[in-house]
Design a protein around this ligand. Structure first.
Ligand code: RP5
Length: 168
């Protein structure tokens, strides 16, 4: 098996189910992620060590999902210069605004790219990671173009169906 280029980290096992679409999307494009549970708060040393060693391990993009006081992406970004994408999760009782702000509002100098809260977040995080890899991977870039064309086709089919219903 080849060295993973993307890692998907989550703060807790309880996050995994909502991240399955991200894992499935990466796999769809032939990118098998390294999937880990690492917590900024409960395993701070392990999280820092993972980030510090990530580039040497061959990783190129790090996805970090957490809910609530979602500091995982920020802590990981503090220990690496690899691109870090934060996935804020919609945990109760605050529904994800807490995680979104914790993930996105980084101090200048330590960047974290944050995707949205909700169903699209994990999916977009995976696609964004693929786009980053696609900069230096023409095959992957071509696959992303095909995916983009597929989205267009889907909407055109929907449009035609809706228009046909309205005419009937
Ligand atoms: C965060 O705390 C995790 O990412 C998770 O979303 C949240 C709650 O974790 P558990 O109490 O379910 O383990 O760090």
């Amino acid at each position: 098996m080849s060295t993973p280029r993307v890692a998907l980290l989550m703060g807790s096992r309880s996050d995994l189910e909502r991240l399955e679409p991200a894992i499935a999307t990466l796999r769809e494009f032939g990118v098998e992620p390294e999937v880990r549970v690492l917590s900024a708060h409960r395993t701070p040393d392990e999280a820092a060590a993972f980030a510090a060693g990530a580039r040497a391990a061959g990783l190129q993009v790090l996805l970090c999902a957490a809910g609530g006081a979602a500091h995982l992406a920020g802590v990981i970004a503090a220990h690496t210069t690899l691109p870090v994408i934060g996935i804020p999760l919609d945990n109760p009782p605050l529904g994800g605004l807490d995680a979104l702000l914790s993930t996105a509002q980084m101090p200048g100098g330590v960047p974290v790219g944050a995707v949205g809260v909700g169903r699209g977040g994990p999916l977009n995080a995976a696609l964004l990671a693929l786009r980053i890899l696609g900069v230096a991977d023409p095959e992957l870039a071509a696959a992303l173009e095909r995916h983009r064309a597929g989205l267009r086709d889907q909407v055109l089919v929907q449009d035609a169906a809706v228009r046909a219903t309205r005419r009937a």
